[in-house]
Design a protein around this ligand. Structure first.
Ligand code: ATP
Ligand code: MG
Length: 231
């Protein structure tokens, strides 16, 4: 499937199940406009991570199509599952191995990516000495060094304290605004919706609502309240 210039992420009629007779995604469709920051909401087990993996091509749908502008960067919930080298600079350079860049170019790409996430002075730091928020920024710098057009982030703030959480979401918002990157961010945390351009709500394998983040936030808060009063 080919994409027009205005859309950077598209899923059309995606179906997927892990086990027979239990569909996780059922004709799931979404589109993220190029250069925008969108979030994906849904209850535990609704299929958000599965959808993100299908978008990234890490899983194959039973039917339906996926199209994204490339390269695509993926940021996992736990950065320790993503950062593989002993130091910050080496980890980012490792992601560029396939491009076989001349040394000077490699150095420039690593420096530029680190400065994009405000970690210029961290190049020689060991990964183990970083905070969770710093590790997530290194993971994002890896995608920036590869000149990713699309960032897919699966609850990247789940393990962070509240201050680092809001720093990270603001950082991604700034990267989207200033670099024309398109980002899709999975979250449970409604306060993060302040930073995005739009949001999707995933329920029973489909996107059942999309658009204005404030409206979706109201909808979710009301449904949480009504489920509490029913208990
Ligand atoms: N590797 C797997 N094998 C079998 N079933 C899986 C696998 N991964 C996820 N599932 C099931 O698929 C459903 C959707 O899971 P998924 O992880 O996509 O949900 P999620 O919306 O990301 O949930 P959470 O908010 O807890 O992260 C769940 O019922 C889950 O148990
Ligand atoms: Mg998940």
């Amino acid at each position: 499937m080919t994409l027009n210039d205005a859309t950077a992420i598209q899923a059309k009629d995606l179906c997927f199940s892990w086990t027979e007779n239990k569909p996780i995604l059922n004709a799931c469709t979404l589109e993220v406009p190029k250069g925008e920051f969108w979030m994906l909401l849904g209850t535990n087990g609704s299929g958000k991570s599965t959808l993100l993996r299908l978008l990234a091509g890490l899983l194959k749908p039973t039917s339906g199509t996926v199209a994204l502008h490339s390269p695509v960067g993926f940021v996992f919930q736990n950065p320790d599952h993503q950062l593989v080298m002993p130091t910050v600079g080496a980890d980012i350079a490792f992601g560029l191995v396939e491009e076989a860049l001349p040394t000077l170019m490699l150095r420039l790409r690593v420096e530029e990516a680190l400065s994009a996430v405000n970690l210029e002075s961290f190049q020689r730091r060991p990964i183990y000495a970083l905070s969770g928020g710093q590790k997530q920024r290194v993971a994002i710098a890896g995608a920036i060094a590869r000149h990713c057009e699309v960032l897919l982030l699966d609850e990247p703030t789940a393990l962070l304290d509240p201050d680092s959480q809001l720093d990270l979401v603001a950082q991604v918002q700034a990267l989207v605004k200033h670099r024309g990157i398109t980002a899709l961010w999975v979250t449970h945390r409604l306060e993060e919706l302040e930073y995005c351009d739009g949001a999707f709500l995933l329920e029973q394998g489909q996107v059942v609502d999309r658009g204005n983040p404030q409206r979706l936030k109201q909808r979710l808060m009301q449904s949480e309240e009504s489920s509490l009063t029913q208990e």
